[in-house]
Design a protein around this ligand. Structure first.
Ligand SMILES: CC(C)(COP(=O)(O)OP(=O)(O)OC[C@H]1O[C@@H](n2cnc3c(N)ncnc32)[C@H](O)[C@@H]1OP(=O)(O)O)[C@@H](O)C(=O)NCCC(=O)NCCS
Length: 178
């Protein structure tokens, strides 16, 4: 399956994407606020394989998509929507730093919300980011997501307990802002 926006094709990953994914997934600056990475090539191969497994799930619980520029078919990053409790989903995103600051993350995430609420009939979509990840928080705010709170020490990565800010949007809020 795939989603389309003005500038982007948001499509399933294929094994040929590994090199382009690895470019951003192995970049220490890109992954500084993530709870994975920087990836080895083997990590990136496993990730793309995992996304392929998700494509086969019945019913499908996880959607990890490649984000590709329509203009030149370059893969610029990835975004995802993962279903959890009934009617709820968590979104995430990660982009090659050469493509930051052009509104691409917001454009793709808006398409994920539309997919979640209109196709999957979700009731609530949420996302978390590390408190110092201002760019990610800004993307959530631009989507109309509401700050829910500061989760303290709830994730562990590389021997450290990490905090998160959590944002969410409910279906009625999503419909009201359209
Ligand atoms: C966070 C990230 C996804 C933002 O992607 P992007 O395509 O640059 O985001 P957008 O261009 O849609 O920006 C949305 C808003 O955030 C602002 N913004 C983006 N990065 C910012 C930063 N580092 N500091 C402050 N504001 C920032 C933009 O100016 C824009 O606001 P505006 O419309 O008022 O100008 C990107 O920097 C990234 O991939 N980072 C590494 C991975 C990551 O941290 N993912 C999120 C994990 S929770």
């Amino acid at each position: 399956m795939q989603l389309e926006t003005r500038r982007l094709l948001i499509r399933e990953f294929v094994p040929e994407d590994i090199a382009r994914v690895h470019e951003y997934a192995s970049d220490p600056l890109v992954v500084q606020h993530m709870i994975w990475g920087p990836n080895t090539l083997e990590d990136t191969r496993s990730y793309v394989e995992l996304t392929r497994d998700m494509q086969l799930e019945q019913p499908r619980q996880g959607f990890e998509f490649a984000v590709v520029l329509k203009a030149d078919h370059v893969l610029v990053g990835g975004c995802g929507l993962h279903l959890s409790n009934p009617g709820q989903g968590e979104i995430g995103y990660c982009y090659n730093r050469s493509y930051w600051g052009q509104g691409l993350a917001s454009e793709a995430a808006a398409a994920l919300l539309e997919f979640g609420f209109n196709e999957l009939n979700l009731h609530r979509v949420y996302a978390t980011c590390r408190p110092e990840n201002t760019g990610s928080a800004k993307v959530m705010q631009k989507l109309g997501m509401v700050y829910e709170g500061h989760l303290r020490g709830h994730m562990r990565h590389k021997g450290k307990w990490l905090d998160s800010y959590q944002y969410s949007i409910l279906e009625e809020e999503y419909r009201a802002q359209r």
